[in-house]
Every structure is written in structure tokens, then in C-alpha cells.
Design a protein. Sequence first.
Length: 121
Amino acid sequence: MEVLIAVAILALAFGATLGISAQAKGNVIRARQKWNAQHSLEQATEYFLLADPNDLELPEGLLPSGFRGACEVAYVEEGLPDYALEDQTGWYLGLYFIAVYNDDGRLVAEQTVYKVVRKEF
């Protein structure tokens, strides 16, 4: 009887250990996916902020496989003082909407960035 109880306790301990390790593995996979999405967003943001606002296509291979980026640029006019809206220098405040999608087209990360840009775009 004592041996049977000992085997049952060992089986419960072994089962609990397997459950904990499976949960840890799942946590590692989710953390890696989150890191890949954030890293891809940072890569796309750096490229879009340095690129010409008229040519916002990411070059092939910039993002890891399974990710694609998109960017839209808009002028900011609301909430700015009148002197900031005057066309004296040709520079305006641009609002960059940057998003990263996975292969399924699902949004995995997004960011909004303000940058001073030329009016030409």
C-alpha cells in the first residue's frame, strides 16, 4: 500500500513538472513573437522616417519573413498655433502612421510618429 501511495505521489509530481515546463515553453514562444513584432516595427519606423515621404515602400528583406510594413503620412493642422501653419519655410509637421502586419494580414504592431517634413510630398 505504501509503495502504491509513493508511486501516485511521484506521478503527480511528474505531471506537475511537465505542466510547468509546457507553460514555460509557451511563454517563451509568445515572448519571441512579441519581440519579433516590436523589432519589425522599430526597423520599419527607422526606414520610413529616413525615406522620402513620396516613396514609402519597404525594401525586400528589411523585415523578417512573415512580416510586412505599411506607412501613411498626413499633415497636422489641428491644434497648431497660426504661426506654425503659415507657409514661410516650406516645412510642415507630418504625422506618420506606421503598422506591421503578419502573413495573415493581422496587425501585430503599430506606432504614430510626428516628424517635420517638406510640403512637396
